[in-house]
Design a protein around this ligand. Structure first.
Ligand SMILES: [Zn+2]
Ligand SMILES: [Zn+2]
Length: 240
């Protein structure tokens, strides 16, 4: 019997804890193409779509030429100074991130950190922290990709790592909400421990920027001078 780790329809999905236990017992397969051996095979890794300049200096959206602000972020008050991502959030990356969340693939955090460190310059920062997960999201129990990625990146960049943020209450799922609703939904969703200097804020995916903005806002309110957002992947508006 073969278990291909292709996404199944939501009606037939087993619970995340069952998927997690299966993930521990079954031979490892590439989360993108299901070839046996490793969580991300060399061929799929080489095909992951990079996010290359020119970019918006602020929000990291790809642009026709370098700009300080782009159509996506112009006029928005953003609490972070910059947002950068290693990859475009395309179908393969989406599959990879979903499996990473649901199956808690520990080996993948190092691969993801290596991909980010290859593609993004080491930030001039004092500390690396992460965006805590929305409690309503499906994920393997106790395993948070953003946290593992932050820890692995801090090791690679030789920066201190510290969890600074927590969710201050339940918020609705962001998926399916408009940008204005997303911003309202996450406003005030985070509390931060005392912070200072420049903080690298790590998340798995940058979608609308609303979550990164709310988390950065809590860090700034707690004393951080500057927040630089780093994500594994970034959704490109108009490309999905
Ligand atoms: Zn593969
Ligand atoms: Zn922008």
């Amino acid at each position: 019997m073969r278990f291909a780790r292709k996404p199944t329809s939501s009606r037939h999905r087993p619970s995340s804890s069952v998927v997690y236990v299966l993930g521990l017992l079954l031979p490892q397969r590439c989360l993108v193409c299901a070839v046996g051996g490793v969580p991300l095979c060399a061929a799929c890794r080489a095909r992951l779509p990079p996010l290359r300049p020119p970019l918006c200096a602020r929000c990291g959206a790809p642009t026709a030429w370098p700009v300080a602000r782009c159509r996506e972020c112009a006029g928005r008050r953003l609490a972070f100074a910059s947002a950068r991502a290693a990859l475009r959030y395309d179908e393969d990356v989406r599959r990879l991130v979903r499996a990473w969340k649901e199956q808690g693939q520990r080996g993948l955090a190092d691969d993801a950190a290596a991909i980010v460190a290859e593609r993004l310059a080491r930030p001039a920062a004092q500390l690396v922290t992460f965006v805590p997960p929305d409690p309503g999201r499906r994920q393997a129990r106790g395993y948070h990709p953003a946290q593992r990625l932050a820890e692995a990146l801090a090791r690679r960049w030789q920066l201190p790592y510290q969890p600074l943020l927590r969710r201050s209450g339940p918020s609705r799922r962001q998926r399916g909400l408009s940008l204005a609703e997303r911003r309202r939904n996450v406003r005030g969703a985070f509390r931060a421990a005392a912070a200072r200097g420049t903080i690298v804020l790590v998340d798995d995916v940058y979608t609308s920027g609303a979550t990164a903005d709310a988390a950065a806002s809590a860090l700034r309110a707690a004393g951080a001078r500057r927040v630089e957002v780093v994500t594994f992947a970034r959704a490109i508006r108009g490309a999905q």
